[in-house]
Design a protein around this ligand. Structure first.
Ligand SMILES: *Cc1c(COP(=O)(O)O)cnc(C)c1O
Ligand code: SF4
Length: 374
C-alpha cells in the first residue's frame, strides 16, 4: 500500500497552491479532471500528441488529478497510465477485429431503456454514462461515443416501475457509467426508490470512484445514505496494486462503518496486470484494506478494448497459482462473460481428475493426487 502523507499532491507544480480541503473534496477532483489531451499537457510531456487527440475524439478521455497522480508519468508502460491514455490500437481494425460494440446485447435486450434483465433474480440499472475516469478497457465503451449525461427522473421512474412489477427481482445492480459521480440528491433518489421496493434485498453499486476518487467516501452525506438505506453493497474495480493507497484504506474504513460490504472486480488486461505475481500482490493489497476480491474477469470482446485481451489460459494459470498460496479470502472467481447476453461462466483449473466406480481422484494445488471414496 502506498502511504500518501502530508501535502503529497504539491509535488506536482500544477497543484502547489491547492489546499487539502480542495484536493480531498470529491467534487473538486471531478471539476478539475483532465478532459482533453490539451489539458493533459499541463501534467505530462506528450510525445504522440496527435495520435492521442485523434483517438480521444472518438472515445472520450478523462481522469481525476488523484488517479493520474498515482501514475509514474514519465513511464509510458505505467499500469495506471495505460488504463487512461488513449492508444491508437483502440481504433485499429487489426486489433479490434471480431469485437462488438455491445457484445452482451445490453441495449437490444433491454425491457426498459437503461435496464438489462439477464438473470431472473437481478437486473442491471445503468444510471448515467458519465465517469470521472474513462478506462480504456471499459466493457461499455460504446457509451464513450455518446454525449455525457445522466438520466432524467422520468427515465428512472420507468425503470423503478419495471422492477416493482417483477417480483422475481431481488437485486439491482446500479452501474453506469459511474453512479457515484451523481450528486447525492440524485443518487439518493435512486437508492431510496429501490430500497422501498419490498422484494429488493440488495442494491449493488458498481463504481470506480474508490479507485479514481476515494474522497467520494469522505463525504458524510454519502455515508449517511449508505447507512440509512441498509441494502447497499459496493463493488469496485481495482486492477493493479499501485492503485491502493492510504487514501483507499481511509475511504474503505468509512464505507465499512456504514455497514456496507466492499467487493472488487478485476479485469485481466494485457501488459497491465496479466501476470500471476501482479494479481497475487493485488489480491493481498485488497485484503489489507478489507476489500473482498469477487471476480477476476477475462477481458470482454468490446470494440475499442480488444487489444487488451489475454488468452483464457492466462486466467486459469493465475487461478492455479493463487489456490493454496493466497488465503481463500483472496481468491476471486475467474469468469468469462459470454456474448449475446448468455451470462457469466466461471472457470477453474481441473481438480477432479478422474471418476471411478466408488472413488474420485483429485489433485491438490501442489499437484499431489489422491483417491477419495465417496
Ligand atoms: C454481471 C451481470 C450481473 C451480475 O452477475 P453476478 O454474477 O451476480 O455478479 C447481472 N446482470 C447483468 C446484465 C450482468 O452483466
Ligand atoms: S469507471 Fe467503469 S464504467 Fe466508467 S469507464 Fe471505467 S470501467 Fe467503464
Amino acid at each position: 500500500m502506498r502511504i500518501l502523507e502530508g501535502d503529497y499532491w504539491k509535488e506536482i507544480p500544477l497543484y502547489e497552491n491547492i489546499s487539502e480541503k480542495e484536493w480531498k473534496d470529491w467534487k473538486w477532483q471531478i471539476r478539475n479532471r483532465f478532459k482533453t489531451i490539451e489539458d493533459l499537457k499541463k501534467i505530462i510531456k506528450l510525445q504522440n500528441e496527435e495520435t492521442l487527440k485523434k483517438v480521444s475524439e472518438i472515445y472520450h478521455f478523462g481522469t481525476t488529478p488523484y488517479y493520474i497522480f498515482l501514475a509514474d508519468r514519465q513511464n509510458p508502460n505505467d499500469p495506471i497510465l495505460k488504463q487512461i491514455l488513449p492508444d491508437e490500437k483502440e481504433i485499429d481494425e487489426n486489433y479490434q477485429q471480431g469485437a462488438f460494440l455491445d457484445p452482451f446485447l445490453e441495449d437490444e435486450k433491454s425491457p426498459v431503456e437503461g435496464l438489462t434483465h439477464r438473470y431472473p433474480d437481478r437486473v442491471l440499472f445503468r444510471a448515467t454514462n458519465f465517469c470521472s475516469v474513462y478506462c480504456r478497457h471499459c466493457m461499455r465503451k460504446r457509451m464513450f461515443l455518446e454525449d455525457e449525461r445522466s438520466r432524467t427522473k422520468q427515465e428512472y421512474d420507468r425503470m423503478f416501475e419495471y422492477i416493482k412489477s417483477n417480483k422475481n427481482i431481488k437485486e439491482v445492480l446500479v452501474s453506469g457509467g459511474d453512479p457515484l459521480t451523481l450528486p447525492n440528491s440524485k443518487l439518493e433518489y435512486i437508492i431510496k426508490n429501490l430500497y422501498e421496493i419490498d422484494h429488493i434485498d440488495v442494491i449493488r453499486i458498481g463504481s470506480r470512484e474508490l479507485v479514481a476518487n476515494p474522497f467520494r467516501f469522505y463525504d458524510e452525506e454519502l455515508l449517511e445514505i449508505f447507512y440509512k438505506y441498509d441494502k447497499v453493497w459496493l463493488v469496485t474495480h481495482f486492477n493493479h496494486p499501485n492503485e491502493i493507497t492510504s487514501e483507499t484504506k481511509k475511504a474503505v474504513k468509512n464505507i465499512l462503518s456504514t455497514g456496507t460490504p466492499v467487493l472488487n472486480q478485476t479485469v485481466l488486461l494485457k501488459d497491465i496486470n496479466d501476470d500471476k505475481y501482479t494479481i497475487e500482490n493485488l489480491m493481498r493489497e485488497l485484503l489489507k484494506v478489507k476489500i473482498k476480491p469477487y471476480y477476476l474477469f477475462h477481458c470482454d470482446p468490446t470494440k475499442g478494448v480488444y487489444h487488451f485481451k489475454t488468452g483464457i489460459e492466462k486466467g486459469i494459470e493465475i487461478m492455479e497459482y493463487l489456490r493454496g498460496r493466497v488465503s481463500g479470502l483472496g481468491n476471486p472467481t475467474f469468469a468469462v462473460d459470454l456474448i449475446n447476453g448468455l451470462g457469466k461462466v466461471p472457470l477453474l483449473p481441473q481438480y477432479l481428475i478422474e471418476k471411478k466406480e466408488n472413488y474420485y481422484k483429485f489433485r491438490n494445488y501442489e499437484g499431489k493426487e489422491v483417491e477419495v471414496k465417496i
